[in-house]
Design a protein around this ligand. Structure first.
Ligand code: G6P
Length: 367
């Protein structure tokens, strides 16, 4: 009903708008009041005990895991393998004793993810789950369950659960870096203080709705859309494409920018919009050259970046969507907002059933 939607047209719109608030609460749950330490439940986690992390999930939660792989590997120097649950469970992957197995699930009831978890019991050193529903099967069967504290999510397409999953995973990566002695206290405190500023930046990103609507009207005309990203923005390109196809029924694919020339560029013409997700980070120049390859083939680029990126990108971009400046480590959480808004407003422009897209279920409890 209208009251439950808090004045929004759809639950998805409400859940997108809620993100700064739920995230701020989740951050204060996991960060000490003086802002210098990460607080985990009793029993804790000691990342010196592991030489490998295996992460398993489905759908959007899987893209949160793929993002976390960049974090754990870059800042904690800990190797991570990510797999979708339906493949993992039947592949019989070898799990060594010094492995931390992490299962990420909004509902905590996804059948494939639960089966993958059961496969790891008695093999991995520890089973950790990152869930929204704390009294779920996946939480219950884990050695430790960390709540993402997103609150009830009703829209079938996951939004606030994704950013709250990313928040917990970012904190775990920072904890891992500290435990393993590869990050000093000052750097940790700096990251935590940047994290506490993130909800404010998210609010600014939510303020760009008009620009998002105008880009969405263009996307609504398309039959195919490509999403490109590099580094930790690559999983977000996958998530942006998933969101768009889930709720607007437009065919969309996410690719690593560097893979463009190995296939998807064959699709590019003036009818295929290409959404490039590229904050001005050390890889920005490379994204610009991928973008130019698209524009040289009359492809229409929608560039999601900050003001420095917009300046460096030069002419010829169809539309720029401006985000506030953010440190590269946290950019994937902030840039989830434009990915969600683009999909949302495109679906609204097409008039599809945003909260209950055809053929999809909120929680997939059968195989
Ligand atoms: C379904 C939902 C997705 C979700 C996926 C995994 O496909 O429609 O939004 O990402 O399941 O669900 P989970 O509850 O395990 O995160």
């Amino acid at each position: 009903t209208q009251v439950e939607k808090g004045g929004h047209k759809h639950f998805m719109a409400k859940e997108i708008a809620e993100q700064p608030t739920v995230l701020a609460d989740a951050i204060s749950h996991y960060v000490s009041t003086d802002g210098t330490a990460i607080t985990l439940p009793d029993g804790g986690l000691d990342f010196t005990q592991y030489d490998r992390i295996v992460m398993v999930a489905c759908g959007t939660a899987n893209y949160a895991c793929l993002t976390a792989k960049y974090w754990f590997e870059q800042i904690a120097r800990l190797p991570v393998e990510v797999d979708i649950a339906s493949e993992f469970r039947y592949r019989e992957p070898p799990i060594t004793a010094r492995t931390l197995a992490i299962f990420v699930s909004q509902s905590g009831e996804t059948a494939d993810t639960l089966a993958a978890l059961r496969y790891c019991v008695d093999k991995a050193d520890k089973i950790l789950s990152v869930v929204n529903v704390q009294e779920s099967s996946i939480a219950r069967e884990s050695d430790m369950a960390l709540p993402i504290l997103a609150g009830t999510e009703i829209g079938v397409a996951s939004t606030k659960a994704f950013t709250c999953q990313l928040n917990v995973l970012a904190l775990l990566a920072l904890k891992a870096a500290q435990d393993r002695g590869v990050m000093d206290q000052q750097t940790l405190s700096d990251h935590l203080s940047a994290l506490r500023n993130l909800p404010g930046l998210m609010n600014q990103a939510l303020g760009t709705a008009d620009a998002m609507k105008s880009a969405a009207r263009k996307l609504a005309q398309a039959q195919d859309v490509l999403f490109l990203g590099r580094g930790a923005m690559f999983p977000l390109a996958l998530e942006g494409a998933l969101k768009l196809k889930e709720i607007s029924y437009i065919h969309a694919e996410g690719y690593a920018s560097g893979e463009l020339k190995h296939g998807p560029i064959a699709l590019v013409d003036k009818k295929v919009p290409v959404v490039v997700i590229a904050p001005s980070d050390p890889l920005f120049d490379k994204s610009v050259s991928n973008m130019q390859e698209v524009m040289a083939r009359n492809g229409k680029v929608i560039l999601v970046t900050d003001s420095k990126g917009a300046k460096d990108a030069g002419d010829g971009v169809w539309q720029v969507l401006l985000m506030p400046e953010i440190e590269p480590f946290l950019a994937p959480i902030l840039y989830a907002i434009p990915a969600q808004l683009l999909a949302y407003y495109t679906a609204v422009a097409k008039g599809t059933d945003v909260d209950q897209p055809r053929n999809l279920a909120k929680s997939v409890t059968v195989e």
